[in-house]
Design a protein around this ligand. Structure first.
Ligand SMILES: [Zn+2]
Ligand SMILES: [Zn+2]
Length: 142
C-alpha cells in the first residue's frame, strides 16, 4: 500500500511538456463536474495554467477528458499561455488545489502509519499469546 503512494509522489514529470517540475495534478474530469476523486495527471504549473486558460471546464469534460485528447489539442493549437487578466486568478485557484492535494496525501500517509502501528500491536499480542500457550502447555522451561 505504501509503494502505491510512493509512485504517486515520484511521478512528477509533466504529462504535457515533459518538464520535471510536474508537481501539480490536473483532473481529467473537472472538479466542477464531480471529478474530485477521479483520475489526475501530473502536470507543471505552466501547462496547467495554460490548459485552464484556453479550455473551459465544459470543453475539458466533453472534449478533452483524457491525456491523448489533451496532447492532440496541444499539437493543433499549441499550449502557450494567453496574455490575460484571468491568468493570475487561475494561477491562484490552481495553487489552492495543489495545497489541498498535498494535505490529502499527507493524511493518507498518516493513516498508513497508523495502520502499520495497529498491525505491529496485533503482532505483539499474537506473540504474547503464543508464549502464554507455550507456558501453559508446560513446554516452557527457563
Ligand atoms: Zn508542462
Ligand atoms: Zn486542471
Amino acid at each position: 500500500m505504501e509503494s502505491e503512494i510512493r509512485v504517486h509522489v515520484i511521478k512528477t514529470v509533466c504529462s504535457m511538456c515533459g518538464d520535471k517540475k510536474g508537481k501539480g495534478r490536473h483532473h481529467l474530469i473537472p472538479r466542477q463536474y464531480g471529478g474530485e476523486d477521479t483520475r489526475t495527471i501530473p502536470i507543471c504549473k505552466y501547462c496547467h495554467v495554460a490548459i485552464h486558460q484556453r479550455i473551459s471546464n465544459r470543453k475539458l469534460l466533453l472534449q478533452y477528458n483524457s491525456l491523448p485528447k489533451l496532447l492532440t489539442y496541444k499539437e493543433k493549437y499549441g499550449l502557450s499561455r494567453l496574455p490575460s487578466i484571468r491568468c493570475r486568478r487561475i494561477e491562484y485557484n490552481i495553487s489552492k488545489i495543489e495545497a489541498k492535494n498535498k494535505q490529502k496525501l499527507q493524511k493518507e500517509m498518516e493513516r498508513l502509519k497508523e495502520i502499520e502501528n495497529e498491525i505491529r500491536e496485533e503482532q505483539k499480542l499474537y506473540e504474547a499469546e503464543q508464549i502464554l500457550k507455550f507456558m501453559r502447555n508446560g513446554k516452557w522451561k527457563a
